[in-house]
Design a protein around this ligand. Structure first.
Ligand SMILES: Cc1cc2nc3c(=O)[nH]c(=O)nc-3n(C[C@H](O)[C@H](O)[C@H](O)COP(=O)(O)OP(=O)(O)OC[C@H]3O[C@@H](n4cnc5c(N)ncnc54)[C@H](O)[C@@H]3O)c2cc1C
Ligand SMILES: NC(=O)c1ccc[n+]([C@@H]2O[C@H](COP(=O)([O-])OP(=O)(O)OC[C@H]3O[C@@H](n4cnc5c(N)ncnc54)[C@H](O)[C@@H]3O)[C@@H](O)[C@H]2O)c1
Length: 464
């Protein structure tokens, strides 16, 4: 026992705070490797993704997409009568989240030898964690995967209203007649489209001058047109400044003075990292707007140097709020904690997909980001609707491929794949960006006919 350890400390090799997707995977991997692992979870094992994020939202979106396809059938197949039933979609959400019950995930962890501790953990000294009245001593160190919670902007009046976040919406069995969506990022747009297709009157409020503002403007425009066809009103360029709730209705006032009114309000205005009550100051770890800085092996840095015995993964590392980032970093952290050498993290080909219809997939740099880096940028694009597959596909064929190349190195540095299965087509482009496949090789690649991904060939031709 060292000087910092008290007789009451429960000893482990690794203590994991937060079992988001990466934390859960790391706990299992480290335990299977023979380490004593304590995993501390304040809510549900698995984190936001399986219960309030990716999984229920994609389930809801798939139901809504089936409705949209059935409605489009008129144009290409024959009359189809569509009777939307939200309770059918909601039943699928309940099933896939196991009614927000994590028993299966808990059993999975315990079967691998992980000790799960329910509660909110905080760091009380180097290698030491407190959860309620218990203290744990981590011999090798502490892995943080504490994730984020919905950010609630400081808009006048908002905090006094019964607004929804993604968590409330995805647990609601009732479909509102009308919904205001505050924030036109991935959360807001996906949920807006799902509800609109079930019949809710939806208005999206986005303060920036376009929705999905981090992605290519062409992708934002494509999606805005599709959402408009779904009957969604998209208001951009004027943020919300005040919110009121009276007689069961929300009124949101925008910067330009417009007042919007609906039965429900979804706040989807970004995320806040759960690092504020972690005790990071006790071990001298600074945050930047709540996010942690790590090196390429997920070791937490303070003043540019690893703190020692502290790793972080997932949304709190600020490398992109995606489950695949959490999982990717998890494997890297596990290797480092085990003392194994291995490749560090690389974000050259970070993919992201917004699962609206059309799906907006993107990887690497946008054109604007590449230009800001001073690259010699060339772009090429192709219209999916104008492709042979687009012509045969008919209704719902809108989409595009946009490529961003570094003309000096003659490789792709970024790409967008929007359209039907845009996220699936993105796979080929992700490999091209990650492996830095020379443009000469991409140009001589045979793309199957008539596929949507064949439009990559068209966009490559457009590059030159
Ligand atoms: C509506 C929605 C849809 C999404 N869709 C997608 C998608 O399609 N694809 C995708 O890649 N990503 C998606 N995301 C993002 C994705 O959910 C996150 O990136 C993912 O969950 C990874 O998060 P994480 O590992 O940082 O941990 P999280 O999932 O945030 O989990 C962190 C866990 O830590 C726990 N915790 C926090 N503090 C403590 C503490 N002090 N002690 C103990 N436990 C603590 C929390 O209770 C939580 O369970 C979506 C998000 C939302 C909101
Ligand atoms: N398919 C996916 O992979 C997926 C799906 C959902 C969420 N996520 C992740 O979850 C995280 C959160 O997503 P999000 O959509 O909540 O955040 P976001 O940051 O992507 O978008 C929030 C939007 O709200 C706008 N906004 C903020 N305050 C506003 C105001 N007062 N008035 C009007 N607009 C305002 C911002 O301009 C921004 O465009 C992201 O990291 C995202 O990557 C991923």
């Amino acid at each position: 026992m060292d000087a910092d350890t008290t007789a009451d400390d429960l000893v482990a090799d690794v203590v994991i705070l937060g079992t988001g997707p990466g934390g859960e995977a790391a706990a299992g991997a480290l335990a299977r490797a023979g380490l004593q692992v304590v995993a501390v979870e304040a809510s549900l094992v698995g984190g936001e993704c399986p219960y309030y994020g990716c999984i229920p939202s994609k389930t809801l979106l798939r139901s809504a997409e089936l409705l949209a396809d059935a409605r489009r059938a008129d144009e290409a197949a024959g009359k189809v009568s569509v009777v939307p039933d939200f309770s059918t979609a909601y039943a699928r959400v309940r099933e896939i989240t196991a009614d927000w019950d994590d028993s299966a995930a808990v059993k999975r962890l315990q079967d691998q030898g992980v000790r799960l501790v329910r509660g909110t953990g905080s760091i009380i000294g180097p290698g030491r964690v407190r959860v309620d009245d218990r203290t744990f001593r981590a011999g090798r160190g502490i892995l943080l995967d504490v994730g984020t919670r919905p950010a609630v902007p400081g808009i006048d009046g908002l905090s006094d209203t019964p607004y929804w976040t993604n968590r409330d919406l995805l647990r609601s069995p009732d479909l509102p007649t009308s919904l205001l969506v505050l924030g036109g990022g991935a959360v807001g747009l996906e949920l807006a489209q799902a509800y609109a297709r079930y019949g809710t009157t939806v208005t999206v409020i986005e303060g920036a001058d376009r929705i999905l503002a981090q992605e290519e403007p062409e992708a934002s425009a494509l999606l805005a047109a599709a959402l408009s066809e779904d009957g969604i009103t998209v208001r951009t360029g004027s943020g919300a400044v005040s919110v009121a709730h009276d007689a069961g209705r929300f009124t949101v006032t925008l910067e330009d003075g417009t007042a919007l009114d609906a039965q429900r309000l979804l706040v989807s205005a970004g995320r806040a990292p759960n690092t504020d009550r972690l005790g990071l100051d006790v071990v001298g770890v600074p945050t930047q707007h709540g996010y942690l800085t790590t090196d390429e092996h997920q070791r937490i840095l303070a003043d540019g140097a690893p703190v020692g015995g502290l790793w972080a993964i997932g949304d709190v590392t600020g490398r992109g709020g995606f489950t695949h980032v959490s999982m990717y970093q998890s494997a890297i952290a596990v290797a480092d904690i085990r003392g194994q050498s291995g490749p560090g993290a690389s974000y050259r080909a970070l993919p992201r997909v917004t699962f609206t219809d059309p799906e907006i997939g993107a990887v690497g740099l946008t054109e604007a980001q590449a230009r800001r880096r001073g690259l010699d940028v060339r772009t090429g694009s192709a219209d999916l609707a104008a492709s042979s597959r687009g012509a045969t596909y008919g209704p719902g064929n809108r989409g595009l491929i946009k490529l961003v190349a570094d003309a000096e190195r003659r490789v792709l540095v970024g790409a967008t794949s929007a359209g039907p299965a845009g996220g699936e087509i993105l796979g080929a482009l992700t490999v091209a960006v990650q492996a830095q496949v020379p443009l000469t090789e991409l140009v001589r690649t045979i793309w199957a006919y008539p596929t949507f991904h064949r439009a990559i060939g068209t966009a490559l031709a457009d590059l030159s």
